[in-house]
Design a protein around this ligand. Structure first.
Ligand SMILES: Nc1nc2c(ncn2[C@@H]2O[C@H](COP(=O)(O)OP(=O)(O)OP(=O)(O)O)[C@@H](O)[C@H]2O)c(=O)[nH]1
Length: 507
């Protein structure tokens, strides 16, 4: 089946396959590069989330340790002026040691300052209305509480409150110990993270309240994100599944981002590092676009030159087919010419030239193989009279009819040859034939012609007859030549004519 398809078909298939492969490989490479890029960004996001969670955990933990210490001292040393003075110094030292701490404060059960790290006690501020104060007054748990960021009444800065409850000796509410963390401390850290220009990070409580977001927007602090895709996903997960990455539309600006989220180890909070999908794929898009243009141009060039190549092949194939046709026509014309050159136009028998060539060849062969070569010379009787009586054309007809008969009755072995030897003479060459065999052939022909009963009033027989002379030779090198065989047959023919015609005579 394949053999029947032309070379141009295969060339077209080849060029098409090469072009499609080029485009296919590039598409495949692009898809792979995209997956790689996303995977790389996912890894980067996970690392950022880990760093953020660690930083938040460490920052809060350090403040919380200070708080626990203060709680322990007040509850064991009491609230005497001396004890508070000593505590104040210690608190001051703690704040100086921890850069994230803005201040440490102790409030009594009414929300008024008892002692703080600043050494200034103003009664102008009362924090009984703060969320963390209300929380501790209404909750008996002794653990730390991370509150919503607020603007500090004493410093005017954004701070994040971390607090613990103070108990009186009877276990009733005795006030609050508060550490205020500098929001700028978090923001500086978040700014150092590489999230691209459209990235965002956030610190949230496990109940879906936004504590802090970068880019910072004071209006969003404390807002609920319970309806966000991120929080719904996080809240539905449990255990190790709370650490992961997924694409979500931003709750704030609807941008599609890859969010890498992770809970804090010691506090009911979690962080998320989010990178814009558009931005993540920007490099990949640019790269793919440039490369695709290159590939398309390359494929177009390949296609263009491939088409030209196919056209050239087509033209060549056409030219070759035409050449083959011309060659075949020439060969057939040559064969015809050859045949015409070697045969006689009137009788269709071999002509004298072919006879001479064949005689030479067969004579040599007989000499080599020490075979006998026979020759019969046939001549139509009283043919001059026939021509004179019936006309030359009728004479030609007789020659044709006689030749046809002779050819039909001559053996068809290789080397046997019937040729028009002269005007109305026909010669039959019979290799490897003895005298008796050749005589039988001659006699059969003579009889058959006579039996044709072609009227010939110029002949004493009344019909066209012929005479034949038969000769054979077993050629020997240096003794015989081919002409001797013809000569002997000719002589025998003369004898047949002299003896009255319509007979076969042997040499
Ligand atoms: N129609 C025709 N006549 C031919 C052709 N070739 C030779 N002849 C004639 O054949 C005749 C041969 O005559 P001759 O050689 O005298 O012998 P004949 O008349 O046949 O007498 P015998 O051979 O002695 O019986 C001549 O008249 C030639 O013109 C030919 O191609 N066509």
């Amino acid at each position: 089946m394949f053999k029947r398809l032309s070379i141009t078909f295969w060339a077209t298939v080849f060029v098409t396959v090469v072009c499609l492969s080029l485009v296919g490989v590039d598409v495949w490479r692009s898809i792979n590069a995209r997956s790689e890029q996303l995977l790389e960004k996912e890894r980067q996001g996970a690392n950022l989330a880990r760093a953020m969670a660690q930083q938040a955990d460490d920052t809060i933990k350090a403040a919380d340790i200070a708080l626990a210490d203060v709680v322990e001292r007040i509850e064991s040393d009491g609230r005497s002026a001396r004890a508070l003075a000593r505590l104040q110094q210690q608190m001051q030292a703690q704040v100086a040691n921890l850069p994230q701490l803005v201040g440490l404060f102790v409030y009594d059960e009414s929300g008024s300052w008892i002692v703080n790290s600043r050494a200034v006690l103003s009664q102008a501020y009362n924090n009984a209305d703060r969320e963390y104060f209300i929380y501790h007054r209404t909750h008996t748990e002794r653990g730390p509480h991370v509150g919503l960021p607020v603007i500090s009444r004493s410093s005017g800065k954004w701070i994040m409150p971390v607090s613990r409850r103070l108990n009186k000796p009877d276990g009733s509410f005795g006030g609050v110990v508060l550490a205020t963390l500098d929001i700028d401390y978090f923001r500086r850290f978040y700014e150092s993270l590489d999230l691209g220009t459209r990235g965002a990070v956030a610190l949230l409580s496990n109940d879906g309240t936004l504590l802090l977001r970068q880019p910072f927007d004071s209006g969003r602090v404390g807002s609920s994100m319970r309806d966000s895709e991120l929080f719904r996903h996080y809240a539905a997960a449990a255990g190790a599944a709370r650490t992961g990455s997924a694409f979500f539309h931003s709750f704030h600006d609807n941008e599609m981002r890859l969010n890498s989220f992770r809970p804090l180890e010691h506090y009911p909070l979690f962080v998320t590092a989010a990178m814009s999908r558009e931005e993540m794929l920007e490099n990949w898009r640019r790269d793919t676009f440039t490369r695709s243009i290159g590939v398309v141009v390359l494929a177009a060039l390949l296609g263009f030159f491939g088409k030209r190549l196919v056209d050239q092949i087509k033209l060549r194939a056409q030219a070759e087919a035409e050449l083959r046709q011309a060659r075949d026509a020439l060969e057939s014309a040559n064969h015809t010419l050859e045949r015409q050159a070697m045969s006689d136009g009137l009788t269709g028998l071999a002509n004298r030239r072919q006879f001479d060539v064949t005689l030479g060849n067969e004579f040599s062969r007989a000499m080599r193989h020490q075979d006998t070569l026979a020759f019969i010379m046939i001549d139509v009787d009283y043919f001059k009279q026939y021509n004179d009586m019936y006309g030359h054309s009728a004479g030609d007809e007789v020659l044709r009819a006689v030749s046809k008969l002779i050819r039909a009755l001559t053996p068809k072995r290789p080397g046997d040859l019937t040729a028009r030897y002269g005007g109305e003479e026909v010669g039959i060459l019979l290799p490897n034939t003895d005298l008796a065999g050749a005589q039988a052939v001659a006699e059969r022909i003579r009889e058959a012609v006579q039996n044709l009963q072609m009227a010939h009033n110029g002949s004493p027989f009344g019909v066209v007859t012929l005479s034949a002379g038969v000769a054979t030779i077993a050629p020997q090198r240096g003794v015989h030549v081919a002409g001797m065989l013809v000569e002997a047959a000719d002589k025998a023919l003369y004898v047949a004519k002299s003896a009255g015609r319509n007979q076969v005579s042997l040499a």
